[in-house]
Design a protein around this ligand. Structure first.
Ligand SMILES: [Mn+2]
Length: 329
């Protein structure tokens, strides 16, 4: 059976058995996570089950466009505290755009294996136990998977929903410039037919001036390694969001490099690395060596109790062992 059809069969049976569906996107929620979450809400509602999306990110750190989508769909969103107040034995959990336990707001013991995973990132040792997993790294985004599902369910996609899903795809493909297959373009075409508006996608992507300045500052600190890696290490005392690091890494791919890395402090003694690749280098594997993960094109790692300088050194050792041994040590 076709993978997506199989996913639909599993969604049907698990959602129908549940009392409520709790949709769990990754922490550091982005356009793809929220758009796919809202699409799943439509599926639960088609199966006549109530659903909520668990978002537990600090509002201050949220991307303005993501925050706008969340504000416009407030009635579906709960935070961890509200979840604890309303939790029920018969809740069923669906993870979207994530498969690792350290990237979600829920503690594993709460899941009790009543969980289904929909994702396009690589699996690792930290991947959650689940009743059913649909993890397809060939898909550009969770939004692409969910769009295909909505079509299979024959659920009406409103122009607004189509715009959200297109924004999710745009984010994860760097506006269709990487990791976009013919299947991705078909999905985009379908969303445009449903009324997705590119100018609204662009509006959601509109940069906050100060945030963009920080991203550009980080880019200006980039070290172009002679082996086609771009490596941007932020100042220790400037705090970034994960999304800002991702934007810097995305931006660096416009140069003649195979892969790019942006390293910065994301607060609470934590340093994060965002990695992007044009496809010849598997940044998922590179990030795994820093206990992170991702796929060929896009990956990340977060390291606690360390500094940007130390993480940069660590990454250099992974990237260029020979270069490092001969020239740095
Ligand atoms: Mn995604």
């Amino acid at each position: 059976m076709d993978d997506i059809k199989n996913l639909k069969v599993n969604l049907d049976s698990h959602i129908l058995k549940s009392k409520r569906v709790v949709i769990v996107p990754h922490l550091g929620i982005d356009f793809d996570a929220i758009a796919s979450g809202l699409g799943l809400e439509l599926i639960a509602s088609k199966l006549k089950k109530p659903s909520v999306i668990l978002v537990d990110d600090p509002v201050l750190k949220m991307d303005q466009g993501v925050k706008k989508i969340i504000d416009d769909n407030r009635h579906f969103i709960i935070d961890y505290k509200e979840y604890l107040q309303t939790k029920d034995e018969e809740d069923y959990f669906i993870l979207t755009d994530v498969n690792k336990r350290n990237l979600i707001a829920l503690k594993e013991e709460l899941l009790k294996e009543k969980v289904l995973v929909i994702d396009h990132h690589n699996v690792g040792t930290d991947t959650l136990e689940a009743e059913y997993k649909y993890i397809n790294q060939k898909m550009s985004s969770a939004s692409e998977i969910i769009t295909k599902l909505l079509c299979l369910y024959r659920i009406k996609i409103t122009p607004q929903m189509a715009t959200y899903l297109l924004t999710g795809i745009y984010l994860d493909t760097n506006r269709l410039t990487k990791n976009a297959s013919s299947s991705t373009f078909n999905t985009v075409s379908k969303l445009l037919e449903k009324g997705a508006e590119i100018h609204r996608v662009n509006e959601l992507f509109t940069e906050d001036f100060y945030s963009d300045r920080k991203v550009q500052e980080l880019i200006s600190l980039t070290n172009m390694l002679n082996i086609n890696f771009a490596l941007a290490s932020a100042k220790e005392d400037v705090e970034y969001t994960k999304e800002e690091l991702a934007k810097a890494a995305d931006y660096l791919l416009k140069y003649r490099v195979d892969a790019s890395f942006a390293i910065g402090n994301i607060g609470e003694n934590t340093v994060s690395v965002s990695a992007r690749s044009k496809g010849t280098i598997n940044v998922g594997e590179i990030m795994q060596q820093l206990d992170g993960g991702g796929n060929v094109h896009s990956a990340a790692a977060r390291l606690q109790a360390t500094t940007v300088h130390d993480v940069t050194e660590k990454l250099m050792r992974v990237l260029v062992p020979k270069y490092y041994n001969e020239n740095v040590l």
